[in-house]
Write a new protein. Sequence first.
Length: 147
Amino acid sequence: MGLVEIKLVDLAETAKSIAADKPVVMVNLIKFKEQATYPEGSPHTSIPGHEAYYSRYIANFSRISTSMASNPEDKFKPLFLGNIQANIIAKPYGGDETFDMVGIIHYPNFAAFRKVIECEEYKETALPHRLAAIEDYRLYLATEMVV
């Protein structure tokens, strides 16, 4: 199994190096499981991983984010969602990382992202679908660079 969990201690450490009011972009690289795998006793039926992610995880994440936003600017904004078509650099040179999807998501600040994924509602209604749907995951935080 690849990397799929976001550790709260990692978030706290990251927060120390990000200005509180600085907008951030989260770059998500996702490889889906063929079939979502829920723990035994889960009320959720197994469906294709990508379907569980889009219809269950994203739906819950969006609902939670919207409900927590004090104004429309506080809500996350997808800047780009796409299917990865090819691994141009890594494959020819021995790299074997492959992902299915890339999502580039804007947040007004890092705290807005943390607020959603650290809340109990997220842990209960969204997180189980992300864990069930994803085989491997990379999450990069970026801030705008002035050139």
